[in-house]
Design a binder for this molecule. Sequence first.
Ligand code: SF4
Length: 176
Amino acid sequence: MSKIKIATVWLDGCSGCHMSFLDMDERLLAIADKIDLVYSPLVDAKIFPENVDLTLVEGAVSNEDDLHKIKLVRSRTKLLMALGDCAVTSNVPGMRNYFSRDEILRRAYIENASVNQGIPTETIPQLLPKSKPIHEYVKVDIFVPGCPPHADIIFNAVAALLEGRLPDLENQARFG
Ligand code: SF4
């Protein structure tokens, strides 16, 4: 039987959701023979491949690079999972939405900078006006809230998908 191709993607998040993914510990071994991790911050793959079965996405869409990436990921993925509150609601990255983009850049690169003050115009992706959850840009198939979602919930969701059914997270996952 061919393995299920899985990817994980890190947009504007703190990596805590990926840490929770790793917290599945020995259960990762239990599913290891069923999956092929084809792209992730956890593996050395530079290009998001075609025909991925399931992608878990951590983080909100906050800059042009995030936006390009989530559209590419969606076009190459059968099932897309919003993993964690930042992906589901924009959560922590969304706290900047009360301020304008110029106010934020000025605060970060001029007011709070003790050296090399100045807003960069090259080498970093441009901020979008607001930080938004991924479903505002692309279709999301599974929402897994939590900050981060507990490893048990991630495992239950992935295990259900490996069995060919959608996970029922109603009484398991919660925000925060
Ligand atoms: Fe970090 Fe929480 Fe956002 Fe996950 S949901 S990336 S743990 S802040």
